[in-house]
Design a binder for this molecule. Structure first.
Ligand SMILES: Nc1ncnc2c1ncn2[C@@H]1O[C@H](COP(=O)(O)OP(=O)(O)OP(=O)(O)O)[C@@H](O)[C@H]1O
Ligand SMILES: [Zn+2]
Length: 569
């Protein structure tokens, strides 16, 4: 048994998230956490909401609420949706927690003591129309790197280049649209990332097994152009972690807060503290402090590609630069983007399918399966209603659902709702057991490597093998000439359902529980596949489950395609 710390990129608080956010971070993290727990490992799976910064202020303003109240409400909404999707966080924290405030201020003090923070007097965009400095995301303009016209002040969504607002061509305020912007003098703290460039570069070079997407983005920001740049870590805002050196004031920084990307990853640690505060655990340090037992923890992070620079460079500077024995990430699994029907998902533009809407129209497992089995791993992938209908109907309804239904109903009609006795395995059954043994081993290898699509394909192959067996064995025909053999075939079929429940749990936990419940069994991982195929003995009672997966009709597909074609109000 090993110990695994898993974090998902923390979703921003300014609204309900879309399916891209789900598949780019939380869902694969949940898949991995569930798998590791099923394999008997000790897992701490943490997430949180990312609550600071201007977008939260603006969203609260729009909703007519004080920002703290808005964040509290939206956190509850996101927590409920996460539960609806079966995201099995051990804790879902908040970056605005007192714990995160204190930790963020602590890290800033440590970094300052280590000489890794410098004060910069700089000129910044001030919007006369809005009466405020405009931080990063509230300035849009043309990307100097790729020419994309809606690049934000902190990053270009098109080419992922990190930017400074002054780099933008033709900048404008996204709050008011005003181009009446002027540069004003203000003082800020910069994190001296450049001072740690070589250390970071060596560290990245040692990660031969990381996804290329992760290391290539890291290398780009380490080496492109003038190399890794220092980053401003403070902002002229009200809403955020006040700039302090630990619990001491920071002269000259009064009224300023830390940049949201400085405090957000620190919340991974704070979330573990909140987990203890909530009475769900009793020791966060054994997960996070290498001097307190976290040395043997394997730490894996999940995120979309735009978050990679902050996790490969910024946060490691915080961790390493503190000079304290904090746990550093061991593996960063990153994802490309899921696009929506010929364009991008967008929270701010209300484009795509949002998580609450998804759960309204279909159960979580339909989404989980489709999104994970088509995860944007090697490149961007696209959600289309045709593709979704096709995938759900073929994989879940025709293959898995159909198998479960045929076996249980046939058994009920010929033998009753107990596992039938009689008959012995023949060549076909032994061949199936061998095939499944190989496939389950491959499935586990892909899951261990967090190769999500490959794992899904193998799991589907395992379901298909059962269907093909059933088709070839044809117990309904065998029954007429040799009821004992038919009994053996059905017994194997029922045991396959049990096996499928256990193996499928990380992908489709709700259906897996329904299958195991109907078989009146648990979800134990099959270390010995052949043995597992005899786990339900003759005489064991079961029930025929409700329809596991209904097919999506053409009419539903057309309705949904029309309903989600525009933008959400
Ligand atoms: N279309 C997408 N496909 C896959 N992952 C995505 C997509 N959009 C965002 N992500 C990832 O989702 C996670 C949560 O994102 P976050 O809440 O910060 O929203 P975001 O990146 O600002 O996107 P948006 O503005 O569209 O909501 C991050 O890891 C991000 O990389
Ligand atoms: Zn660009």
């Amino acid at each position: 048994m090993a110990r695994h710390l898993i974090t998902s990129a923390i979703p921003y608080i300014n609204g309900i998230k879309h399916l891209g956010n789900l598949v780019g971070s939380q869902l694969p993290a949940d898949l991995y956490a569930r798998y590791l727990r099923d394999r008997g490992h000790e897992v701490l799976f943490l997430c949180a909401t990312d609550e600071h910064g201007t977008p939260a202020e603006i969203a609260a303003q729009k909703a007519g609420k004080p920002v703290a109240e808005y964040c509290e409400e939206m956190h509850a909404v996101q927590a409920e949706i996460a539960e609806g999707f079966g995201l099995s966080f051990d804790h879902f924290g908040r970056s605005s927690s007192d714990r995160n405030k204190a930790l963020t201020q602590h890290f800033a003090a440590r970094l300052d003591a280590a000489g890794l923070i410098r004060e910069v007097s700089e000129r910044q965009m001030y919007s006369n129309a809005d009466g405020r400095f405009l931080p990063d995301r509230y300035i849009e303009g043309t990307c100097p790197n790729c020419g994309f016209e809606s690049a934000r002040g902190d990053q270009c969504d098109n080419c992922t280049k990190q930017l400074d607002p002054v780099d933008l061509i033709d900048p404008r305020s996204t709050i008011s649209g005003s181009t009446d912007l002027e540069m004003r003098e203000t003082k800020h703290l910069y994190l001296r990332q450049s001072a740690m460039k070589d250390e970071l570069s060596d560290w990245i070079d040692r990660q031969a097994d990381w996804p290329v997407l992760t290391t290539s983005i890291a290398r780009k920001w380490l080496h492109d152009g003038d190399g890794l740049q220092d980053r401003g870590i403070t902002r002229d805002l009200d809403w955020g972690v006040p700039v302090q050196k630990g619990d001491q004031p920071w002269p000259g920084m009064e009224g300023k807060v830390f940049y949201v990307w400085f405090d957000a990853p620190i919340e991974y640690i704070a979330s573990a503290q909140e987990w203890v505060d909530a009475g769900k655990g009793d020791d966060w340090e054994r997960w996070w402090r290498t001097d307190r037992g976290a040395d043997d923890v394997r730490y894996t992070q999940f995120m979309g590609k735009d978050n990679v620079p902050f996790h490969t460079l910024g946060f490691p500077v915080t961790i390493l630069g503190s000079g304290e024995p904090w746990k550093l990430v061991d593996y960063i699994k990153s994802f490309n983007y899921l696009n929506y029907d010929g364009g991008q998902f967008s929270t701010s533009r209300g484009r795509g399918v949002f998580q609450d809407q998804a759960l309204e129209i279909l159960p979580a497992d339909y989404w989980r399966w489709w999104l994970l089995s088509r995860a944007p791993e090697s490149g961007d992938s696209e959600f289309t209603w045709e593709g979704f209908q096709d995938g759900v109907n073929k994989d879940l309804a025709d293959v898995l659902g159909n198998f479960v239904s045929r076996v249980t109903k046939f058994c009920r009609s010929k033998f009753g709702e107990t596992v039938p006795e009689g008959g012995e395995w023949g060549a076909r059954e032994h061949a199936l057991a061998e095939d499944l043994t190989r496939r389950v081993a491959a499935y586990a290898r892909h899951m261990d490597a967090i190769e999500v699509r490959k794992a899904a394909a193998e799991l589907r192959g395992i379901w298909v093998a059962g269907n093909e067996y059933l088709q070839a064995a044809a117990p309904w025909a065998t029954f007429k000439t040799d009821p004992e053999i038919a009994a053996m075939q059905v017994r194997l079929g029922l045991n396959l359902i049990r096996l499928y429940a256990a193996l499928s749990e990380p992908f489709i936990p709700f259906a897996a529980r329904a299958m195991a419940g109907a078989m009146r069994t648990d979800l134990g991982w099959p270390d010995d596949v052949t043995g597992a195929l005899g786990a339900l003995p003759p005489g064991h009672a079961f029930t025929v489950p409700e329809v596991l997966f209904a097919k999506i009709t053409d009419e539903q597909r057309a309705d949904w395609a029309a309903r989600f074609a525009g933008t959400r109000a």
